[in-house]
Ligand binder design. Structure first.
Ligand SMILES: Cc1cc2nc3c(=O)[nH]c(=O)nc-3n(C[C@H](O)[C@H](O)[C@H](O)COP(=O)(O)O)c2cc1C
Length: 370
């Protein structure tokens, strides 16, 4: 027996990557500072939407086909012209260096290695240019908040195009920050970790841009017409992030969106809304093939990815799940999330008897009736 073999089992396990995504989450939450953990885990109001986002996945069962004869199911797909090895994007989560010193730059490298696309956040700890530079040539989107002075938004769009991003993600459900009670009880000073795009001396001060977000008067609110007019003048395909109804999905497509992200912001914005998954069929019907569909809010395992795709999403977006990977191991931690997701997705597709994510149809799932 070597000295290494005599180490306590728990210490040896700590050195190993977590065996499952729920173990990875547990490990991440165990090491985070309590206030940062609350910022990450918390939702708005009584957090009913946050809880519902998870429960909604239990309301759908798989309908397997045995002896399908289909081998090696494919997880490949395409989104906004970007080829993907997994039907997955990582979310634009801001304040990313609260979770790891390399923040979204580490996420970008893990994504590039896994053939997954990322969305660089406007409220990120580093600039969007630093995120693309971390994984040169890797296809990515960049995210913006449509609020405040349009010239700021236009200036960011010019930077996004110049930096070689492949699309824009416009967060439409955040005209002001949600009513997050955990943050009111235990505030976190976000200003040092959200100013990555506004640190140069000749750019606007971050408080000028994000002041609107934290302001409670609603003065920064825009409408679809303003957004449509600005987006018409730029060359990239764009996705409206944070749509929950057929009505709003239709408005987004009419405003020119090439994709709609069905999302309630991970339960962080308006509490007492339905789960994103519950609303997916309504949005798919309203869009009627005019735009691609993404879904986030509550994705925690490969089976969730497959359910969302069977219900009509083209891809899913990972919010907290990507953050857990980042906390646990930076780039390697996010790479581990992608690896576990890919293995679980492949297992579920094989057991379902379906050839791949692009062949998944609505009859692969059914709603629980009792
Ligand atoms: C710590 C954190 C920061 C976030 N920051 C942003 C942001 O700056 N802009 C944005 O559009 N969404 C932001 N989001 C929301 C995510 O993009 C995504 O919609 C949400 O996390 C999905 O839900 P899930 O965490 O249950 O997967 C943030 C989420 C978290 C957890």
């Amino acid at each position: 027996m070597t000295a290494q073999d005599t180490r306590p089992a728990s210490a040896a396990e700590e050195a190993e990557p977590p065996p499952t995504l729920s173990d990875l989450r547990d490990r991440a939450l165990a090491v985070l500072d309590p206030a940062v953990r609350d910022f990450l885990e918390g939702g708005a109001g009584d957090e009913t939407t946050l809880a519902r986002n998870r429960r909604a996945f239990d309301r759908w069962q798989f309908v397997p086909r045995v002896m399908s004869g289909l081998r090696a199911p494919s997880t490949r797909t395409e989104f906004l012209g970007i080829p993907l090895e997994l039907p997955v994007l990582t979310a634009p989560f801001g304040a990313d260096e609260l979770f790891h010193p390399e923040g979204q730059r580490a996420v970008a490298r893990a994504n590039a290695a896994a053939g997954v696309a990322g969305i660089a956040p406007e409220a990120g700890s580093s600039s969007i240019e630093a995120i693309t530079a971390a994984a040169p040539g890797a296809p990515m989107l960049a995210q913006l908040h449509p609020m405040g002075p349009p010239e700021n938004f236009r200036a960011m769009l010019d930077r996004i195009v110049a930096a070689g991003f492949r699309g824009v993600c416009v967060t439409v459900d955040c005209p002001t920050g949600g009513w997050r009670e955990r943050l009111r009880r235990r505030p976190v000073d976000l200003s040092p970790v959200i100013s990555g795009n506004y640190t140069a001396p000749d750019t606007v001060a971050p408080e000028e841009v994000f002041g609107q977000l934290f302001d409670r008067t609603g003065t920064g609110v825009w409408g679809w017409a303003e957004l449509a007019e600005i987006m018409r003048d730029q060359p990239l395909p764009w996705m409206a992030k944070g749509v929950l109804t057929g009505h709003d999905a239709d408005a987004a497509v009419r405003a020119g969106a090439a994709a709609v992200l069905v999302s309630n912001h991970g339960g962080r914005q308006l509490d007492s809304t339905p789960a994103a998954l519950e609303q997916l069929p309504e949005v798919v019907a309203a869009v009627g093939g005019r735009a691609q569909i993404a879904l986030d809010s509550g994705i925690r395992r490969g089976a969730d990815v497959i359910k969302a795709i069977a219900l009509g999403a083209d891809v899913v977006v990972l919010g907290r799940l990507a953050v857990y990977g980042l906390v646990v191991g930076g780039e390697a931690g996010v790479a581990h999330v992608h690896r576990l997701l890919r293995e679980e997705c492949t297992t579920v597709l094989t057991l379902l008897g379906r050839g791949g994510v692009r062949e998944l149809t609505r009859d692969a799932v059914r709603e629980v009736t009792w």
